[in-house]
Design a protein around this ligand. Structure first.
Ligand SMILES: NC(=O)c1ccc[n+]([C@@H]2O[C@H](COP(=O)([O-])OP(=O)(O)OC[C@H]3O[C@@H](n4cnc5c(N)ncnc54)[C@H](O)[C@@H]3O)[C@@H](O)[C@H]2O)c1
Length: 278
């Protein structure tokens, strides 16, 4: 099975790495050549480190490397299974899938790694809607075990099964859920961010205190360190998306403090500055 991953940012590069590592011929695409080169370097460096630590053998790294290629040529995006991980914007994703549909066979399955957009809405732009599903990996995709497999209103069982089989072949645990804003994890997790932002805005504690406290209670990362890892642009877009989709409940209200981070391009680790400096 040939897999294509679209978007070589935080998520796309991790998904492509996992896919190639677990034996799939994988093509990683991005419109931005710099992002693509950086992603390739990150993936190859990660394999070199895994080899050094004895987590992968030289033969495994060789095979994974042979499975992995990158391109910025859209015409080359012909695959059996295509996973999209680009900007969290409905119209941009819809346009991308329309373009993909025009050059791929009817049996190709399309998946979006969207955190919060409606799978049904993205699919509404397609001719063959049953081929379209959500496949939501978590950050970092190489380490996080869970993958949500999301059924839109018109997703077909074959496409859902193909996606679940792919994720399982990549050694992931899958959970299937219906198309609903934020699916399961991002809906449950939303107050972790929004409440923490409110606490900081109300000056009840500063961000490092909040992070340290949450980490001391057992969370791997506090909310601000996690938002910086996710990317403030992505995290803010997801909160806005849930706020809109649930018709504006106070519990999902986006934070102005985070909006300002986005305006200032303090997006987190990926830009070297977010709530913290990197
Ligand atoms: N960051 C997270 O923690 C996380 C977790 C789970 C899911 N997601 C979802 O994954 C998707 C990608 O998020 P990310 O954090 O990797 O974003 P990112 O900003 O790190 O990377 C996005 C990449 O997509 C590329 N891109 C943008 N428009 C494109 C287009 N039309 N065609 C091809 N490439 C294009 C950009 O050049 C960039 O390299 C989003 O839908 C997001 O909601 C993010």
């Amino acid at each position: 099975m040939i897999v294509a991953v679209i978007g070589a940012g935080t998520m796309g590069l991790g998904i492509a790495q996992v896919s190639a590592q677990f034996g799939f011929e994988t093509l990683l695409f991005d419109v931005n050549e710099t992002a693509l080169a950086k992603a390739k370097d990150t993936v190859l460096t990660s394999w070199a480190k895994l080899l050094e630590k004895g987590k992968l053998t030289a033969e495994q790294v060789e095979k994974a490397t042979a499975n992995f290629s990158t391109t910025s040529d859209f015409a080359l995006l012909k695959a059996d299974f295509i996973i999209e991980a680009i900007v969290e914007k409905l119209e941009v994703k819809q346009k991308l899938f329309q373009d993909l549909e025009a050059q791929n066979s009817e049996t190709a399955v399309f998946a979006s790694n969207t955190s919060s957009l409606s799978i049904t809405k993205i699919a509404s732009a397609l001719t063959h809607k049953s081929r379209f599903i959500g496949l939501h990996f978590f950050n970092p995709a190489t380490l996080m075990q869970l993958v949500e497999v999301i059924a839109g209103a018109e997703s077909g069982s074959e496409a859902l099964q193909k996606a679940a089989n792919f994720a399982k072949a990549c050694n992931k645990t899958t959970v299937q859920c219906a198309d609903s804003p934020g699916f399961i994890v991002n809906r449950v997790a939303r107050p972790f961010y929004t409440e923490a932002l409110l606490i900081a805005e109300e000056r009840i504690a500063d961000i490092s205190e909040i992070d340290d406290l949450m980490e001391a209670t057992g969370f791997k990362l506090g909310p601000f360190r996690l938002m910086d890892l996710i990317g403030n642009d992505i995290n803010f877009a997801v909160t806005n998306s849930l706020f809109d989709a649930f018709y504006y409940p106070a519990r999902f209200r986006p934070s102005r403090m985070q909006g300002q981070k986005v305006d200032a391009k303090h997006l987190g680790k990926k830009t070297g500055r977010g709530f913290y400096q990197y």
